[in-house]
Design a protein around this ligand. Sequence first.
Ligand SMILES: N[C@@H](CCC(=O)N[C@@H](CS)C(=O)NCC(=O)O)C(=O)O
Length: 210
Amino acid sequence: MNNIKLYMWATPNSRRISILFEELGLNFDVHPVNIRAKEQFAAEITDLNPFGKVPIVVWQECEEQRLLFESGAILIHFAEAGKQFLPAESKERSEILSWLMVALTGLGPHSASAHYWSDLAVEKSPQALDYHVNFTARVYRLLDDRLADNEYLAGDYSIADMAAYPWISVSEWTTLDIEDYPNLLRWYKHVGLRPAVQRGMSLPTGITLD
Ligand SMILES: N[C@@H](CCC(=O)N[C@@H](CS)C(=O)NCC(=O)O)C(=O)O
């Protein structure tokens, strides 16, 4: 596996992947795709991912060009290839996959929608905002309860934690107060001490979301 290119922006879904790549010690090049400038709809990107979304990873495997999009697919593939953060068939693997899906399908999409209705939408909808903030609060409560007697979401530190962490880092987008979720806050501070997490969260270099 070489010549790995990560198409990303300074966003939570993208940073799931930069965190994993840093944890695995991979050499990879970052290709910034400014989603606020609609660069995700350029042919160079939609030729790779017809959904017009990042993250996207392109790499070379022997003579073959390989491609993956969707952060969950990328996390699973590279964790398995690197034989870290997602063990083979076991009770722990089942737990990791379940909590990974909570992050992929509950935490991420509803946090993003809460952000949209609280901040980005030109015409506001209090009902839509309430719906997504309440749903996100339900996920925060779930994670907080889980972390009350677990150090990480599923056994050892895993791709489930990597999928959740960047979304918790933007908790202010959801209007929720992380201080109301003490176990989640403890986990967030603890995971944030990892050097690979800090490096992954700093990519693309010099870019912050406005
Ligand atoms: N389910 C996708 C979601 C990816 C996604 O929504 N990415 C955002 C950036 S975090 C994006 O590309 N937004 C631009 C758009 O939707 O046009 C994943 O997990 O990779």
